[in-house]
Design a protein around this ligand. Structure first.
Ligand code: SF4
Ligand code: SF4
Ligand code: SF4
Length: 309
């Protein structure tokens, strides 16, 4: 049985919410496993681990112990799952934000091999599938997705500003931040990169029991999205989104429009797109394959598939 385009869109939306939620859980687990490793490596004593925490944490340590031991030496396996949000290892496979590598190189430092190789997967993903990181991975994007829903829900009662400023703003943020890196160091990214701010906030809250300064950035991004425009942060501020959009401008899998079924003067797909893509004009650059336009299209003439040559 062949899925209708709208059903495919709904399926993709459910999948994207699920994977982003999963990534959020993973970020929380990475913070908890840092504590777990601290105790395991620092004390190597099960009794100390037990005494160091309440029943909830004890349960977590025991579950982690059992989980990691299943794959081999618990500490060695746990060390294969570590990192901060801009460069993490999952099952030993490294993932690094290309912005992070740029930042390290700009400071004249030689990156570790795993850190440098970690950019390959995100770049390959972007080259074939476009900005899918934004719709299926980014731990901050559920926040922006939720704000977009609030705007839509309250849109019939309140007027929401929708400023369109173009991609040059995000390029400016990226270049300006790289310039700041030269003087201030990497710390700037915890304030500028939305997903890093989210990861840092979660990490600090769990691992250190304190709020990170990054929480102020999240508040600013929320205000931008609410007051300036739909997903303003993702469209016009986030340097990682801009870079991945640029890498993915010739993506092989895209949103396709069946022109003969498209209704003149309809703008439903362009209006709903969180990343300001316009399938109406067969423009696919920056598409994250989130599926929202497939659901919104009244004639179901949008689908996702291989780009025609
Ligand atoms: S543009 Fe940036 S913050 Fe927005 S979803 Fe993409 S990576 Fe995350
Ligand atoms: S065009 Fe926009 S709404 Fe449609 S799948 Fe791409 S990002 Fe989502
Ligand atoms: S929503 Fe569908 S019918 Fe409307 S402009 Fe987009 S592709 Fe055409």
């Amino acid at each position: 049985m062949r899925l209708s385009n709208a059903a495919m869109g709904r399926g993709l939306m459910v999948l994207s919410i699920g994977t982003r939620f999963g990534v959020l859980v993973l970020v929380c687990l990475l913070a908890l496993w840092t504590e777990y490793l601290n105790l395991k490596v620092g004390y190597g004593n099960a009794r100390l681990v037990e005494l160091s925490a309440g029943w909830g944490m004890r349960l977590f340590y025991e579950a982690s112990d059992a989980f990691f031991s299943f794959f081999g030496d618990a500490v060695v396996v746990a060390q294969k799952n570590a990192g901060m949000t801009w460069s993490i290892r999952v099952g030993g496979v490294p993932f690094t934000d290309p912005v992070a590598l740029l930042s390290v190189l700009l400071q004249g430092r030689v990156p570790e091999l795993g850190f440098a190789l970690g950019v390959l997967l995100p770049l390959l993903l972007a080259a074939f599938l476009g900005r899918v990181f934004c719709a299926y991975v980014c731990p901050a994007s559920l926040l922006f997705f939720a704000i977009a829903r609030v705007r839509r829900l309250l849109g019939s009662f309140f007027y929401f500003f929708d400023l369109k400023v173009g991609q040059s703003m995000a390029w400016g943020v990226l270049c300006g931040s790289l310039a700041v890196v030269l003087y201030w160091g990497h710390g700037v990214w915890t304030l500028i990169l939305p997903y890093f701010a989210m990861g840092q906030t979660i990490f600090h809250s769990i691992a250190l029991g304190a709020l990170s300064v990054s929480v102020y950035s999240l508040v600013v991004f929320t205000i931008l999205d609410l007051c300036l425009g739909l997903q303003f942060t993702c469209r016009y501020v986030c340097p990682t989104g801009r870079l991945l959009g640029w890498v993915g401008h010739r993506a092989r899998v895209v949103v396709r429009r069946e022109a003969t079924r498209c209704v003149q003067q309809c703008t439903a797909c362009a209006d709903i797109c969180p990343l300001a893509v316009s399938p109406t004009l067969d423009q696919t650059r920056d598409c994250s394959l989130c599926g929202e336009c497939l659901v919104a299209c009244p004639t179901q003439c949008l689908s996702i598939g291989r780009k025609s040559k």
